[in-house]
Design a protein around this ligand. Structure first.
Ligand code: SF4
Length: 173
């Protein structure tokens, strides 16, 4: 077994203490740096950083970052949800560590949507702001990050929104 335990620290986001969600840092009892490229290969990390090693996952609107000595998770409902995700990650890390000889490690993040390809599929009424963003480029960046969807641009026809969604569906968020 690679990871045997951790200590959790729960906090409200500093930028807005009135938020209903909480953030979590789990300080790991063992260093898991060596399993990170195997976890990235098996679970399809969103981003991978080599030095120091870290892998990022996006899951149900949360960003989960695994470092060698800690795991951070944002936008959690409560401590119980944090515990469920941490237990799942611990099981995955230990299982993948046992099977690492069968896995080709990956040091790359998932392919990302291309901003110009997104812009080409938007109506191009730059600055109309009906999406709540100052420009189509800002909106396109949020789409690429999975923070917004095609339905958030009221200027897009249903057909164009579906086309854009098909393009985005090729990528994991
Ligand atoms: S509502 Fe659509 S067209 Fe208008 S700025 Fe936003 S993304 Fe561009």
């Amino acid at each position: 077994m690679l990871l045997k335990g951790y200590k959790t620290e729960i906090s409200r986001p500093e930028c807005n203490p009135g938020f209903q969600t909480v953030d979590c840092i789990a300080h790991l009892d063992q260093d898991i740096s060596e399993v990170l490229p195997y976890l990235n290969a098996e679970l399809g990390g969103y981003e991978y950083f080599k030095n120091p090693p870290a892998v990022t996952f996006r899951l149900q609107g949360k960003i989960i970052v695994l470092h060698g000595d800690k795991i951070t998770i944002n936008a959690l409902k409560d401590e119980e949800e944090a515990e469920k995700i941490l237990q799942w990650l611990m099981r995955e890390a230990n299982d993948i560590w046992e099977r690492r000889h069968e896995i080709v490690p990956s040091y790359e993040g998932a392919p990302k949507p291309n901003l110009l390809q997104i812009l080409k599929r938007l109506p191009g009424r730059n600055g109309c702001r009906r999406c709540g963003q100052p420009t189509c480029m800002v909106f396109a960046t949020l789409l690429a990050q999975g923070a917004k969807g095609p339905g958030d641009c009221p200027e897009l026809s249903d057909q164009k929104a579906q086309e854009l969604q098909r393009y985005l569906d090729q990528f994991s968020f």
